[in-house]
Write a protein that binds this ligand. Structure first.
Ligand code: NDP
Length: 334
């Protein structure tokens, strides 16, 4: 249960796990579905839905005293919709609960390929995977041999962007918040190099060390001080794909960015994107990703917390980097 609007850093006590009885019945004439939730996805944007949203916004706020909602994988138990039938597996927006009645089925995808772990549809084959794909290929127009930097590089999105860039023949460096994550980037995901940004007192100097000739492409996941340092190190005509700004999500007052003049002097192309705008290319994305996974061309690391009661800690952990890889909450295996 989302207790009430949050200010400052999210805490476990901002959420509550309760036992209750759900009426698993579709409203009369509804074209929704009833599901059993299997995996829930912890995604950084969920913190943004915990603030009272005023004015136009991409997201609506969570409703105080109601269950959180988010991406997940679920099995259909009952359906009033012609596209879904009992027994189908789906991914998309569901409730943070064991069973859910979903009245809004637009944006739900039927899972057709089950030779890969179902949890993958919260990450590599779901919303974060598609974000990595469009944010890199569509926004950055990458070319072989280019110099690519990725922040929050070991996370759900970052680990995939780095591997896409390697497959393209780029030189790839990532930043992450622990030695374990830095090792993962270099040994498991094949990054050319990586560093722990928490150990760097001068991020500008760190980037100059890894990119003496400058950065062609920056895949932005964090914002704040990292973005400022990157702007100083971009090459002329470099591209910045603004995927997320997680360092700002728990701040009541976002930090200012000092070095925006670099956008002009260096003719940098900086573009934000929203993954929902690219749902139409999901089938094409699956055609690319499934063979990559089956042939072992792309590695994937997830961090699975067990049980709904572990959900609040798992979600809070995203904002201090406690997750190693994609953070998932396992509710039920089938
Ligand atoms: P991750 O799996 O990477 O988890 C979040 C990670 O962010 C943490 O593990 C931590 O890693 C890092 N982090 C947390 N707080 C800070 C901080 N204050 N400063 C720097 N790093 C921090 O998340 P995702 O891969 O799912 O998401 C990555 C980004 O992409 C987010 O900003 C998210 O909002 C955005 N996003 C945007 C989408 C879009 O449509 N534009 C769609 C999906 C995601 P570490 O230990 O390395 O610090």
């Amino acid at each position: 249960i989302f207790k009430d609007y949050v200010s400052g850093f999210l805490k476990e006590s901002d959420m509550q796990v309760i036992n209750g009885t759900l009426k698993l019945k579709l409203p009369e004439g509804s074209n929704g579905i009833v599901v059993k939730n299997l995996y829930l996805s912890c995604d950084p944007y969920m913190r943004n839905r915990m603030t009272r949203v005023e004015g136009p916004s991409l997201f609506t706020s969570f409703t105080p005293s109601s269950p959180l909602t988010g991406f997940g994988v679920a099995r259909v138990l009952d359906s009033g919709h012609p596209n879904f039938k009992k027994g189908d597996l789906i991914w998309g927006t569901t409730g943070w609960e064991e069973y859910s009645v979903i009245t809004e089925v637009e944006g739900l995808f039927k899972i057709q390929h089950t030779d890969v772990p179902l949890s993958y549809y919260t990450g590599i084959l779901g919303m974060p995977g598609l974000s990595a794909y469009v944010g890199f290929y569509e926004v950055c127009s990458p070319k072989k041999g280019e110099y690519v930097f990725i922040s929050a590089a070991s996370g759900a999105v970052g680990q995939l962007v780095g591997q896409f860039a390697k497959l393209m023949g780029c030189y790839v460096v990532g930043s992450a918040g622990s030695k374990e994550k830095v090792d993962l980037l270099k040994r498991k995901f094949g990054f050319d190099d990586a560093f722990n940004y928490k150990e760097e007192t001068d991020l500008d100097a760190a980037l100059k060390r890894y990119f003496p000739e400058g950065i062609d492409i920056y895949f932005e996941n964090v914002g704040g001080k990292m973005l400022d340092a990157v702007l100083l190190n971009m090459k002329d005509h470099g591209r910045i794909s603004v995927c997320g700004l997680i360092s700002q999500y728990n701040l009541d007052q976002p930090e200012g960015v000092q070095n925006l003049m670099c956008l002009i002097y260096k003719r940098i192309h900086m573009k934000g994107f929203v993954v929902f705008d690219y749902y139409n290319i999901y089938p094409k994305f699956l055609d690319v990703m499934l063979p990559y996974i089956r042939e072992g061309k792309i590695m994937y690391v997830e961090d699975i917390a067990e049980g709904l009661e572990s959900g609040p800690a798992a979600l809070v952990g995203l904002y201090s980097g406690r997750n190693v890889g994609k953070q998932v909450v396992l509710i039920a295996r089938e």
